[in-house]
Design a protein around this ligand. Structure first.
Ligand SMILES: [Zn+2]
Length: 338
């Protein structure tokens, strides 16, 4: 039985979990933070670091009879600014315990430095895969200007993959599910069949596996060659597919209850894109940037890294299957049919 989004939210509220949809300045629209009314009173994700987000978060908490100062625990699902930007401000005002996956903790503690290292990786990858230098330079400036929506805080509690986060009335299993980002963490209430999914699974958009520095564990070891974000993401989705989830509460958009069907759709989507890229490479060898242009035309500067990540993710699957080879010419990688 498929529940309507409203029924799904009601089901969550019965479990003491309330969605607080907080505005962001990004194309993705609002981010879903979740308030868990239990002991300790817990907020999952914070929204971006902006006055508007803070105002709306305060109002949303007030609608449930709470203030920021009442928060006792804040849990972060992953390293993206729309999910962790307010962490520093909320930590100072509430004195809440900040909890996150152990691999994510250093990112939360020094967000700016981590973002800078990710930008260095992105710059090197873009140049190596055929994106013109002027686009790379422009994108770097855009990325820097976004950083103000991020934030940092000391992390009080580092959670291991598989550990249980205990509350008076529930227990959430902490599960590392990298792919969308290297730090994606989902929180699983096995007793109620409720999965707090962050951006690991979103109903209305296929979570882009953006290439970022691996943080260890299932996200791969830092310095171990080009990160294979889509390969990692597909492995994470296979794990999630096997879970008996009855309700998924995602980081954006509506709650849903048919995660296995959704994951199967995603597998099909990625397979179609793999076949399309294989056909393009049968016509002629191409760089990842040329593949992106063949697929989507001249994309906006701000989308250049997103589309590059998307192409490289699918090319990785072809490389893994031995269908494609890579060759370097003058510092730029070209892919060709094996
Ligand atoms: Zn995200």
């Amino acid at each position: 039985m498929t529940a309507t989004p409203e029924e799904a939210l009601e089901q969550a509220a019965l479990a003491g979990i309330h969605r607080l949809a907080i505005p962001t300045p990004f194309a993705v629209g609002r981010v879903n933070c979740y308030l868990i009314e239990d002991e300790p009173l817990t907020l999952v994700d914070t929204g971006p670091n902006s006055g508007k987000a803070l105002d709306e978060l305060e109002r949303a908490l007030a609608a449930h009879g709470h203030r920021i100062e009442d928060l006792e625990r804040i849990v972060i699902t992953h390293q993206h600014i729309d999910h962790l930007g307010l962490v520093g401000i909320l930590a100072r005002r509430s004195q809440a315990e900040i909890s996150a996956l152990d691999l994510l903790a250093p990112v939360i503690e020094d967000f700016g430095a981590d973002a800078e290292r990710d930008d260095e990786l992105a710059e090197a990858l873009m140049l190596r895969h055929g994106i013109p230098r002027d686009v790379v330079t422009a994108l770097r400036a855009v990325s820097r200007s976004f950083r103000g929506w991020g934030g940092s805080s000391p992390v009080d509690r580092r959670l291991a993959d598989g550990e249980k986060l205990e509350f008076a009335g529930r227990s959430l299993e902490v599960l590392h599910r990298p792919g969308h980002s290297p730090s994606d963490t989902v929180f699983w209430d096995a007793q109620r069949g409720v999965l707090l999914a962050g951006d690991h699974l979103i109903k209305h958009i296929s979570s882009n596996p953006l290439i970022s520095r691996p943080l260890g564990g299932k996200s791969g070891e830092p310095g171990g060659g080009r990160p294979r974000a889509l390969v990692t993401y597909l492995a994470s989705m296979r794990e999630t597919r096997e879970m008996p989830a009855e309700l998924v509460l995602p980081g954006h958009g509506e709650a849903f209850d048919d995660h296995a069907a959704l994951i199967d759709q995603r597998f099909e989507l990625h397979e179609r894109r793999v076949r399309k890229i294989a056909e393009l490479l049968e016509e002629a060898p191409r760089s990842a940037h040329e593949i992106a242009q063949a697929l989507w035309g001249n994309v906006a500067v701000t989308q250049a890294y997103l589309t590059l990540s998307e192409v490289l993710g699918h090319v990785d699957l072809l490389l893994e299957r031995g269908e494609v080879l890579e060759q370097e010419l003058g510092g730029v990688i070209r892919f060709e049919t094996a």
